[in-house]
Design a protein around this ligand. Sequence first.
Ligand SMILES: Cc1ncc(COP(=O)(O)O)c(C=O)c1O
Length: 463
Amino acid sequence: MNKQLSQDAQDLPRLLALTLHAATDYLATIDTRPPATDFVAEEPLELPEAGTGAEATLDLFLARYGAAMPASNGPRFWGFVTGGATPAALMGDWLTSTYDLNLSSAANSIAPNIEMEAIHLLHKLFDLPAAFSGVFVTGATMANVAGLALGREWVGRQQGVSIAEAGLSAAPRIAVIGGAAHSSIHKALAMLGLGRASYHCAATLPGDREAVDLLDLRRRLDALAGAPCIVVANAGTVNTVDFDDLQAIAALKETYPFWLHVDAAFGAFAACAPAYRHLVAGMEQADSLTIDAHKWLNTPYDAAMVFTRHRELQYAVFQNNAAYLGEIREPIDFVHLAPENSRRLRALPVWFTLLAYGRSGYQAIVEQNCAQAQRFAGRVAASADFVLLAPVRMNVVCFTLAGRPGAAAVAAYLARLRDNGSVFLTPTLLHGAPAIRAAFSNWRTTDADLEIAWTALQASLTA
Ligand SMILES: Cc1ncc(COP(=O)(O)O)c(C=O)c1O
């Protein structure tokens, strides 16, 4: 064995203690570190002929990058929809790397049971039908890819073709219809060979709504003259957290043949709080459903789930028959149900956090973040410096600068705000107009953070 490696192996408990120190040092400063920093290109390091060992490498990392690591899992990273890691989730994640299990097969470990148990807990959290088969993937983008891959197979089979076996060229072109879909839906269509052009974008409701206009959706379904297709419904748009009427869309299945994929990456968490639960009524009628864990569940990157009520299609699309993997048996190994073959035990942080904080813990996080969004929006609406662009439906505030400047001015403002070091917000376009989003999804965010952020927002108004 390499000498350095053998020394590190003997010294592992001390090395892990040093790593624990580095982690706790970082976490102790999470409230005061800038949540985001601009990218600075560094000259890449040379690969050493003989390594320096783990301790010196940790020292090098801390000297080179430690101080610059932003607190993107801290309380004032309000860009995208980013959760932090709850303490229990972080513990589970550390152990995931420690066990370093490949979750593909039940023939060699107990790990699939942990994933099944985590999925069962998630069923309860989101009140999903027991018939939903669930599996962990890397993020909502991959969950959308997997859900749409199942939809693709379903549509093919309605026309007598297994696309998983015969390929897309054996089936008629597949139409995908939806309203203000997340960009990852378009990416998924590109990856799946359906093509971005297969997306038929239905109108959204008038005014400040981003939910799909059901009349236009129907019109587009009528135009397909009975051809089976995929409908993508949004349960939480990124700009204003608007929800399609999932119940009404699901009811259309009585008239039109379509696969219903619901992207509820973070909107699914409406199910955790009584005041918001109605927004996801009908979610349980999806054929496939995307929910992220690394957003509002506050588990570390990268983890999401795809659920489906069609496990037989899941198996048809993702099966990975190989003699060296052994017999296929019930319960079907995850290797045959997920896009990835080898997978880390990303269910463990979810298992930890759900058991540690329970249903009421997640209700409290969702309610706290939504209340913070409301308070922040109140400030925005009352200020002469900003314009609130949409009502706050859950946890995202969409607003812009007074005078409604163009995209360049908004970008310059957001760069100044980021460099101020107190809060991080991201830009967007709302109905074509440059806008700013503040997304609240971190368990750490407090009312004091709203004050700190507000001061920074005002200080950054002038260059
Ligand atoms: C509604 C929705 N779908 C999909 C995604 C993609 O998520 P991920 O970055 O986890 O792949 C996002 C991310 O913000 C989202 O908000």
